[in-house]
Design a protein. Structure first.
Length: 478
């Protein structure tokens, strides 16, 4: 139990200490086996939560004595952290794992491991066990903290290791993290999902919603700020549900206000929000907290109420627009809206899809993440009648993306000649001597500048708005 209490399970300190002892055992084995530090290659698919999980995996591997490489063909340990949200991601995993068959035959001591959302599905794990005999280790989303023990079993035993418990999940604190990026940090505040949208596999593979304690989040956030991170993104499958399982309950808006009050020069982002749990209190908090980015990623998925009900989304088009209009009223042009849309949900007609197009025109999002429906085995939508052929859905998809491209260009044009406080996060793509930055609304502005600016806030004036990026110039302080 945390200091505030909770309704969900927490991994005990004894178990975490046990894993540290296994980490030392792994270190002893690989030190005796190799003349120098062995290399690990961690390949990540999917969402930012998977990226955060991979950073924990790397943190544990670092403690076990591994160095890292991006080249899987020079690694002694290869881990695929998989995504189950769309079929395309699954196909890529199978293809990339299959390509390692020869490498494993030539390097029998190499360990090939699979983890993440795909592996939490029994039919996928069974396929790996049956068709990919050269895979040594498979583990699910709920036992990442057990990696030291699982890896020890894999490198010392003669049997393949499969650890995929069917459970709701728990909170494991204190796992070391090796972050991929020096400029921005991911900070998970909760795990799992209770929504059961009919098309989505996430609740089945990530378990029920469980929140980290306010104390632990604040502690990690302070540590990130002290390490120099200036852009910190709070993660959850549905951050708007944060704190409902804590005793006493803490709202997501309260968490944002608490973090906003901390000392330091930083910007807070968050994703992802669910419209059914998005409150006016949250929107007011965004508007009133100077360190909370005025960027709202609020997926609406469809603009038709019948389709939304079939998706089990628990809100209507009208309720969604009420939230968006309230946010625009409080934050005006400074607000950047992004969203997700599924095209061709089972049973959706073209007339219903046109309601999505009209909603896109009303919302005027900066950008959209658009996908053609991908059936997921084990979800209710996968059993629904789906008479519209993929080719027709592809035509709808193009109609949507063409419309949004025009809207994005017009939205970007509104920013010409404006000056923004931007966080410089990396090298630019428009020119070799450009760096890339994001303003408060998560819009990318590239400008001529030295790479020494990366990791700092700078004032940038927009010179030329393009469709998905803007060209700017550095505003030098007088």
């Amino acid at each position: 139990m945390s200091e505030t209490g909770r309704k969900t399970a927490v991994i005990s300190e004894e178990e975490l200490e046990n894993q540290k002892q296994f980490a030392q055992k792994v270190n002893s084995v690989i030190s005796a086996r190799y003349n120098k530090k062995p290399l690990a290659c961690v390949i990540t698919y999917g969402c930012q939560q998977n990226v955060a999980d991979s950073e924990k995996i790397k943190g544990m591997l670092d403690e076990m004595g591994y160095d890292f490489t991006d080249n899987r063909l020079e690694a002694q340990l290869i881990i695929f952290n998989t995504c189950a949200v769309r079929e395309h991601a699954e196909d890529r995993v199978f293809g990339n794992v299959g390509s390692l068959k020869t490498y494993k035959r030539e390097h029998p001591d190499a360990v090939i491991a699979l983890c993440g959302c795909m592996m939490q599905q029994k039919h996928i794990a069974d396929k790996i066990k049956r068709s990919y005999p050269f895979v040594d280790l498979v583990f699910g989303t709920h036992v990442i903290h057990c990696l030291p023990e699982l890896l020890y079993r894999a490198i010392t035993g003669r049997k393949r290791v499969f650890e995929i418990p069917d459970m709701d999940g728990a909170i494991a604190e204190g796992i070391p993290v090796k972050r991929d990026n020096d400029a921005k940090a991911w900070l998970p505040i909760m795990y799992g999902c209770n929504n059961f949208c009919t098309y989505c596999i996430v609740p089945y593979v990530r378990g029920r919603e469980r929140s980290r304690s306010l104390e632990n989040i604040v502690s990690e956030f302070k540590e990130l700020v002290s390490q120099g991170y200036k852009e910190i993104t709070l993660l959850g499958q549905n951050v708007n549900s944060y704190g409902k399982d804590l005793i006493p309950q803490v709202s997501f808006a309260e968490l944002l206000r608490t973090l906003n009050s901390l000392d330091g020069d930083f910007r807070i982002r968050f994703m992802t929000s669910h419209p059914k749990d998005c409150t006016k209190e949250l929107i007011e908090t965004m508007a009133n907290c100077d360190k909370v980015a005025q960027h709202l990623h609020l997926p609406f998925q469809s603009g038709n109420n019948r389709v939304l009900k079939a998706m089990n989304r628990h809100y209507t088009r009208e309720q969604y627009l009420e939230l968006i209009n309230y946010a625009k009223e409080l934050m005006g042009d400074e607000l950047s809206i992004t969203s997700d849309i599924i095209v061709g949900f089972p049973g959706e007609t073209y007339e219903e899809f046109k309601d999505t197009l009209s909603l896109v025109e009303e919302v005027k999002a900066t950008s959209l993440f658009t996908f053609i429906y991908s059936p997921r085995k084990g979800t209710p939508a996968a059993e629904m009648d789906d008479p519209v052929p993929y080719e027709e859905k592809s035509r709808w998809f193009k109609e949507l993306t063409d419309l949004q491209e025009k809207i994005s260009a017009s939205q970007m044009a509104l920013h010409k000649d404006r000056v923004y406080k931007c966080y410089v996060y990396g090298k630019g793509k428009l020119n070799d001597n450009y760096v890339a930055a994001r303003n408060d609304g998560n819009l990318i502005i590239e400008f001529e500048g030295d790479e020494s600016l990366i990791g700092s806030f700078q004032k940038v004036k927009v010179i030329e708005p393009l469709t998905f990026v803007m060209r700017g110039e550095l505003v030098k302080e007088k």
